[in-house]
Write a protein that binds this ligand. Structure first.
Ligand code: ADP
Ligand code: ZN
Length: 722
């Protein structure tokens, strides 16, 4: 091939053609360096017929490619995934391919260092120091400094040994290989239900074929143990596994469990990696050496050499939806990757998404059920506390019966968890004298008081200010009052009620790294914490046998705002957090504080009748033509210049095509009318399922022009309606 179509890593550009100079060979998937004006850009060679270019250039005007990176070409299944993702989510292919090439350092090829080792040649006459060095070094290998330390001699002694040929240098790769997990290290003895499910999953892995399966098991049923058997099978076959987790905070406990089962840790991939760790992981993934990778959603686009299994754990989690850049849903993309790679995909959840259930219903996904908790553990009892009947005292948020239950739990030496999905001290701060409310200067949002850091923070843009002593409006001193509770305020209430109890607040403010999560887990396991107050961060994954009481402080919170998934999300979240109670031998109890105990979702939680709830929700969705029965796409028009945003939004609205089976609502100011200083307008497209809504939107927006200061983003299958 003397001409190559290249997807350069610049989202503003389409694919470009280059000449392949003499002596250079490239193939589809090759990672190359291409010139662009005076600059050099990374790019990936693509099949020309799959990636049309609107800038066809004659052979004589092509510029030469500058180089090929020393990494394996992106394989065809990954190239198909990139195309599908770009097409489905209306994203530039370059933006998707960038996620595959997530370590620039890794692309620069192997990096070698020289290590030293004994040659076995013993010179006739040795100084005592040299003799000591050779003896202590034995058959070890390392840098000069390391060998000198081992031998307890100076660097010069080692160098002297090199000079006389007793020690030699060898080039080694700085990216040392990862240990190989051992499938026979500590296999559990599975229950009958577990074994039945594990056998099906392992057989799917052995079959090397696309097989999406919902692993639907109550919390504590052993879903992890079961899918580990499929992982074991993939390891035996020498094929790679990717396990996706919804939060990096869950990585640490996962690593530990994996280590217990397979004798070493898997490769971790998340945003917290240092560049050298990232490079090592990327190269091991691309070479096939890394057999098991666990990661956040960004691990999905990495260039696995030989993928044999994908697991999406806690598959219902909405954090799998990416809300910036390419707006993809990792659960859906994982299934597509499995399809292109021809490998099984396991979606594990105790509360599967309605979308996933529907795929089972219509026969696209298989389903395996684990109906009971493992071993002696029973499902917890669940009770509602009617806040209209049983009012907490003024300025308090915990009802007397919940407090009593906490008292009893404490007396038994067991642990409690209070769940409130609100970071900080109070969601709103105002001036008692003039009523001034603190609003973020960049967003349509109240500033949230954080007492731990003594600041007001915007949870949308991260803007922070010190808490002022005087009201900026009326200058009254010490007049600020907090309205409503956040976790920090609940922790204060707990401290007042149980001064001797040891309390921990668990939110993304306190657990912001895998190491912090590990520390929290350690303290819980050691019994150093009596009461946890936490946000959704504590609702999933954790397994604390001595945690027997869960209190949901405000079950109605998630129902406010009422987007289409509000009830489903409330059900999942409360069911997940309830699932933290009584996972060991001691029984668990859950109290749900609500103003509407009769609401369907509360009833479903109390009775544990998930089926009825899912059926009712599904019917309502079907009725409304909402997902998964119909489709939505959101178009958000934003600009720092408000009239410009509004004008473009109106223009987009006026240009909407008339298509059978599609309706367009808006434009309207977004609920978050300003975000990070940008004014926002939304249009919502609602379409019949069969309609190729992406094609329609592509044509539609392709015919509209807007100023450079205006941004138009499309969110296909939106989860956020703000
Ligand atoms: P889930 O993911 O379904 O909530 P887990 O996989 O976390 O459940 O299992 C819950 C607890 O039960 C864990 O501590 C796990 O190690 C234990 N467990 C599950 N199955 C087995 C088994 N077959 N043998 C030993 N322990 C098990
Ligand atoms: Zn803000």
């Amino acid at each position: 091939m003397s001409r190559a179509r290249v997807l350069v890593l610049n989202s503003a550009l389409g694919p470009l053609d280059y000449r392949v100079p003499h002596g250079m060979t490239v193939e589809p998937g090759s990672v190359v360096v291409a010139p662009l004006g005076p600059r050099q850009l990374l790019g990936v060679v693509w099949e020309a017929d799959r990636m049309p270019s609107d800038a066809e250039v004659g052979d004589n005007r092509l510029r030469n490619l500058l180089g090929v990176m020393d990494v394996p070409p992106l394989a065809a299944p990954l190239r198909r995934l990139v195309e599908w993702t770009a097409d489905y989510y209306l994203a530039p292919p370059a933006a998707v391919v960038r996620m595959a090439l997530a370590s620039t350092s890794a692309l620069e090829g192997a990096r070698l260092v020289v290590e030293y080792r004994a040659t076995g040649v013993t010179p006739d006459r040795l100084t005592p120091q040299r003799a000591q060095a050779l003896e202590r070094i034995g058959d070890r290998q390392g840098l000069i400094r390391e060998l000198a330390t081992i031998a307890d001699v100076s660097d010069a002694v080692i160098r002297g040994l090199v000079k006389i040929g007793a020690i030699e240098g060898v080039e080694v790769d700085i990216d040392s290989p990862f240990p190989r997990p051992d499938p026979t290290h500590a296999p559990p003895k599975l229950s009958d239900d577990q074994r039945a499910a594990a056998e099906v999953l392992a057989a799917n892995v052995a079959a090397h074929a696309f097989a999406p399966t919902l692993l639907d098991g109550v919390t504590g049923s052993g879903k992890t143990e079961v899918y580990f058997e499929a992982v074991a099978e993939a390891i035996c076959q020498g094929r790679q596994t990717l396990v996706l987790l919804p939060e990096i905070a869950l990585t640490e406990p996962f690593l530990k469990r994996f280590h217990d089962r397979f004798g070493c840790e898997p490769v971790a991939w998340h945003s917290g990696l240092r560049s050298t760790q990232r490079r090592r992981a990327w190269r091991a993934i691309a070479s096939g050496q890394a057999l098991v990778t666990v990661g956040a959603r960004s691990a999905l686009f990495l260039p696995y050499a030989n993928l044999g299994l994908i697991v999406v754990d806690e598959a219902h989690e909405t954090s799998f939806k990416q809300e910036e850049g390419v707006h993809y849903h990792a659960r859906d993309v994982a299934v597509m990757r499995g399809k292109f790679e021809a490998c099984p995909v396991i979606l594990a959840s105790a509360t599967p998404a309605i979308e996933t259930r529907q795929q089972v219903e219509i026969g696209n996904y298989a389903e395996l059920r684990l109906p009971a908790r493992f071993g002696a553990a029973e499902m917890p009892t669940i009770e509602a506390i009617d806040l209209l009947q049983e009012k907490p005292d003024r300025g308090r948020w915990l009802a007397p019966s919940l407090v009593t239950a906490m008292e009893e739990t404490l007396a038994r030496g067991e642990q409690s968890l209070l769940f409130l999905n609100r970071r900080g001290y109070a969601p709103l701060t105002l001036c008692r004298t003039c009523g001034h409310r603190f609003q973020c200067p960049n967003c349509t949002a109240w500033m949230v008081e954080h007492r731990l850091t003594r600041r007001l923070a915007c949870h949308h843009c991260g803007h922070v200010e010190p808490v002022p002593r005087v009201c900026p409006e009326c200058s009254t001193e010490d007049s600020l009052v907090a309205c409503g509770p956040g976790v920090e305020r609940i922790a204060d209430e707990v401290a007042a009620l149980f001064p001797a109890a040891r309390t921990a607040v668990v939110t993304s403010d306190t657990i912001w790294s895998p190491a912090k999560a590990a520390e929290f887990v350690g303290r819980m396991e050691a019994g150093d914490i009596d009461i946890v107050v936490g946000t959704q961060l504590v609702t999933k994954g954790y397994h604390f046998p001595n945690l027997t009481l869960v209190g949901v402080v405000d079950a109605d919170l998630g129902l406010e705002g009422g987007d289409l998934r509000a009830a489903e999300r409330t059900f999942q979240q409360i069911r997940q957090v309830s699932g933290r109670a009584g996972r060991g031998e001691k029984p668990g109890h859950v109290f749900i504080q609500t103003h509407s105990p009769k609401a369907q979702v509360m009833q479903a939680l109390i009775t544990g009748d998930a089926t009825a709830f899912y059926e009712a929700e599904t019917d309502a969705r079907r009725e409304a033509g909402a997902p998964p029965f119909g489709r939505y796409a959101a178009i958000v028009v934003s600009s720092e210049d408000q009239p410009a945003a509004l004008e473009t939004a109106r223009l987009v609205g006026r240009s909407a095509p008339t298509v059978d089976g599609m309706e367009v609502y808006g434009p309207a100011p977004a609920p978050l009318a300003m975000l990070r200083g940008r004014h926002r307008y939304r249009l919502l497209v609602h379409a019949r399922r069969a309609l190729d809504v992406q094609d329609v939107i592509r044509d539609w927006l392709g015919g509209v022009e807007w100023a450079a200061k205006v941004r138009v983003t499309v969110d296909v299958d939106p989860y956020s309606f703000l």
